[in-house]
Design a protein around this ligand. Structure first.
Ligand code: SF4
Ligand code: SF4
Length: 146
């Protein structure tokens, strides 16, 4: 009998304690600010320098650019920018080398899908992935929400 009461006491005490678990995915996870999550890309900031492509250890970034349409301006503008998340290891190197912070890390990590093809993300998708951008990069991300 004493054992039963003791056990009930432990149960009641635990029931009133603050929960350490959460109802994921109903209640989304907020990752720490230095978390290396799926990138956000801003085409307006990209100067097509190719540094992210060159540093990528898994060759998962492909991009194309063209001459600036304004004849008075030098340099290039980005045309396509894709990341293959089948092989991206979220190492953060592309965002580290980017001189304009056109590509930055977010706290987003949910990429689960039934098709491998869905892991190939294009420029529009990466641009729309603008939530939970690292606070240090968020100042440059236009239209971004924390
Ligand atoms: S996070 Fe790493 S592996 Fe992924 S695209 Fe950037 S450099 Fe490549
Ligand atoms: S994303 Fe950054 S590093 Fe990559 S091409 Fe554009 S400006 Fe260069």
């Amino acid at each position: 009998m004493m054992g039963l009461l003791k056990g009930m006491g432990v149960t009641l005490k635990t029931m009133t304690k603050k929960k350490v678990t959460r109802m994921y995915p109903r209640e989304p996870m907020k990752m720490p600010d230095r978390f290396r999550g799926v990138q956000h890309f801003d085409p307006e900031l990209c100067i097509v320098c190719n540094q992210c492509v060159r540093v990528c250890p898994t060759d998962c970034i492909t991009l194309t650019g063209r001459k600036h349409p304004d004849p008075g301006k030098r340099g290039k503008v980005i045309e396509t920018y894709d990341i293959n998340f089948e092989i991206c290891i979220l190492c953060d190197l592309c965002t580290e080398v980017c001189p304009t912070e056109a590509v930055v890390m977010t706290g987003n990590f949910e990429l689960a899908t039934y098709s491998r093809d869905d892991l190939f993300k294009n420029m529009e998708w990466l641009h729309d992935n603008n939530k939970n951008i690292r606070s240090v990069n968020n100042v440059n991300a236009k239209g971004a929400t924390k």
